[in-house]
Ligand binder design. Structure first.
Ligand code: SF4
Ligand code: SF4
Ligand code: SF4
Length: 226
């Protein structure tokens, strides 16, 4: 079996342009929904059955050079395609499968009967229940594009080079290289998702974070979704 793929989400390069959000809608033919301004750049408020990825925006105080500053933190939020996905383990209909060639974790819409066990189980609150159609929905890693030797649509559109697609070992190594490059300026920088013990065998989407994970709405999986 060939090595699966991965995506490096280099948050230090993300401009928050939301091109990835639009590209996902376009490629997957997901309808736009009416949303409400809630006092943040984030729109819509969260993932939903027709929004499979989202740029999360957070404003917070951070201590820099001995003083508190207000800063904006943003990152792409989507299914991380765990190597050992808990959503798959809990599905009573065996509707979720992990494709070994690509690394994609996919909900088979034919088999899904919308009981929502995956919604409850995912540590990052990724699957979204389409109540009307009784189906659970989420990012499918653009598995058909990958099989067609194309990058996922969100990665393909990222002009800031914040999303890099490649074979898993190369992406994991790249994440460590970026971490080393960021450390002198960002001493709290970290890589999120490559630790196989802590992250269900390792994530397909791994993040390089300039500041502590909580600024980006990320916790360790045991704490996420609590
Ligand atoms: S397209 Fe790239 S730079 Fe723009 S918000 Fe998405 S990840 Fe960030
Ligand atoms: S991030 Fe959540 S929905 Fe995606 S594979 Fe992991 S457990 Fe499943
Ligand atoms: S990989 Fe494809 S389905 Fe998943 S968020 Fe990106 S564009 Fe959407």
């Amino acid at each position: 079996m060939s090595e699966p793929y991965a995506v490096l989400v280099d948050v230090s390069k993300c401009t928050g342009c939301r091109g990835c959000q639009v590209a996902c809608k376009q490629w997957n033919d997901l309808s736009a929904g009416r949303s409400t301004q809630t006092g943040t750049y984030q729109n819509p408020k969260g993932l939903n059955p027709t929004t499979w990825n989202l740029v999360l925006f957070n404003e917070d105080f951070i201590e820099k050079d001995g003083e508190k500053q207000v800063r904006s933190f943003f990152r792409l939020h989507k299914c991380m395609h765990c190597t050992e996905p808990v959503c798959l383990d809990v599905c009573p209909s065996q509707a979720i499968y992990r494709d070994g060639e690509t690394g994609a974790v996919v909900i088979d819409q034919e088999k899904c009967d919308g009981v929502g066990a995956c919604v409850e189980a995912c540590p990052w609150d990724i699957p979204q229940l389409d109540v009307m159609n009784r189906k659970s929905t989420k990012c499918n890693f653009c598995i058909e594009r990958i099989r067609d030797n194309k990058k996922p649509a969100c990665v393909n559109t990222c002009v800031g080079n914040a999303l890099i697609f490649g074979k898993r070992s190369a992406i994991y190594a790249m994440a460590e290289e970026r971490l080393e490059a960021l450390k002198p300026k960002y001493p709290d920088a970290s890589v999120y998702g490559t630790d196989k013990e802590a992250f269900f065998g390792g994530l397909t989407d791994v993040y390089v974070l300039p500041e502590k994970p909580h600024y980006y709405g990320l916790e360790m999986p045991s704490m996420a979704g609590a």
